[in-house]
Design a protein around this ligand. Structure first.
Ligand code: ZN
Ligand code: ZN
Length: 84
């Protein structure tokens, strides 16, 4: 949030939940994160969040994921391994 100097008296007192929607939705499919169906959030190196489904699916079947926000290609993302 960046506002003009001297405008602090105009600050919002009600937090718009959608201001933070990026933290709870996948940057790719815009779906809310969930612990079911592998739609768990993964922090990308560019600090955005994408769900496991999109990352695992990759782009066009390739094992890489392009962040739709900054278009950075994430290859070989660090995935949480499932043991057992
Ligand atoms: Zn997704
Ligand atoms: Zn990004």
């Amino acid at each position: 949030m960046v506002g003009p100097p001297g405008a602090s008296h105009l600050e919002h007192t009600i937090e718009d939940p959608w201001d933070r929607a990026e933290e709870y939705t996948c940057v790719k499919c815009k779906e809310l994160f969930s612990s079911i169906k592998d739609r768990v959030p993964y922090m990308l190196p560019c600090q955005h969040n994408a769900c496991g489904i999109c990352i695992l699916k990759g782009e066009d079947g390739r094992k890489e994921f392009a962040c739709p926000i900054d278009f950075s290609i994430i290859d070989g993302i660090h995935m949480a391994e499932r043991n057992g």
